[in-house]
Design a protein around this ligand. Structure first.
Ligand SMILES: [Ca+2]
Ligand SMILES: [Ca+2]
Length: 96
């Protein structure tokens, strides 16, 4: 089975259990995709990972990634506001 990303300049044939990096430069193991560690030179194996965010991001309950600096800043950044819901460090709580 060949797994190819659409729009490659030249077809890259990967072996079973492998996926192509989006720049077409390399094949990586399927298990290495979305494991939080960039294996492609362009880091594309860690992009478009619905269930994972970058190292400096967190995942909302609504499946969005936001910078960790947005967490617990008193302003809802997640669509569902989950970045503020799970706060144990809210200013209000500290002052209470
Ligand atoms: Ca990876
Ligand atoms: Ca926030």
């Amino acid at each position: 089975m060949c797994v190819l990303f659409l729009g490659l300049p030249s077809p890259l044939v990967c072996e079973d259990g492998e996926v192509a990096c989006s720049d077409g430069s390399d094949c990586i193991l399927e298990m290495d995709r979305c494991d939080g560690i960039p294996d492609c030179t362009d880091g594309s194996d860690e992009q478009d990972c619905n269930e994972r965010c970058s190292e400096n991001e967190f995942l909302c309950d609504a499946d969005e990634c936001h910078p960790t600096s947005d967490m617990c800043d008193g302003h809802p950044d997640c669509f569902d506001g989950s970045d503020e819901k799970s706060c144990k460090c809210r200013v209000e709580d500290i002052l209470a």
